[in-house]
Structure formats: structure tokens, C-alpha cells
Design a binder for this molecule. Structure first.
Ligand code: FES
Length: 111
């Protein structure tokens, strides 16, 4: 078994998002986890537009509509389920989703 434990399944409520640091491609990177319909998604915390943190204001990942993610720098809007930018400067591009595994009540990154 491999992979880094990022958080506990129970610490992330429905429609909650939190930033973490995790090992991606051999480096410590900012990542974030978001939960929707019970599923936990982990993305690299990097907008595909010019690479800013999605939570320009730390911990603020959601668009005002409450159902999409938003890059706080220039306002790109992303779907939670697949990370695709549906409007904004990087429309059609995607956040990078990271493979995860749920085990022993924890969420692990799969390397
Ligand atoms: S860096 Fe995200 S929209 Fe500009």
C-alpha cells in the first residue's frame, strides 16, 4: 500500500473544501479537497490559466453560486465533478484531478 494520507473522510462535510499540502510528482504542492454528493475530489490547487492558487483568499474555493469552484484571481469557474472550467479565461481547460483512495477512514493520494 502506498500513498500519502491527506485527511480523514469525516473531516470534510458536504460542499466543503479545504486546502492541504501533498506530494505530487515528487514535490510538496498545494492541493485541495472538496466533497460533493458524498464523493471527495482532490485537485492540484493551481488554476490552469496562469497558475494561481484557486483560493486567492485562503480557504475560499467556491463561486458565489455555491455549486462551482472559482479561481479568486481572475474568476474562472470550474465544475466540482471534473474540474472543467465552464467560464472564464481558461474555459475548456481543467484543474488537475489527483487520484485518491479511501482506506481506513482516510483519503490517500495514489502515486
Ligand atoms: S489564474 Fe485563475 S482565472 Fe486567472
Amino acid at each position: 500500500m502506498s500513498g500519502e494520507r491527506i485527511c480523514e473522510v469525516d473531516e470534510l462535510g458536504e460542499m466543503e473544501a479545504r486546502g492541504f499540502v501533498g506530494r505530487v510528482d515528487g514535490k510538496q504542492r498545494n492541493i485541495f479537497a472538496v466533497r460533493r454528493n458524498g464523493e471527495i475530489y482532490i485537485y492540484l490547487n493551481q488554476c490552469p490559466h496562469v497558475g494561481s492558487l484557486i483560493d486567492h483568499i485562503q480557504g475560499h474555493f467556491f463561486a458565489p453560486d455555491g455549486v462551482h469552484l472559482r479561481c479568486g484571481m481572475h474568476g474562472a469557474i470550474f465544475r466540482i465533478e471534473d474540474g472543467v472550467c465552464v467560464t472564464g479565461p481558461c474555459e475548456g481547460e481543467s484543474l488537475r484531478r489527483l487520484a485518491t483512495e479511501i482506506r481506513d477512514g482516510g483519503v490517500f493520494l495514489v502515486e
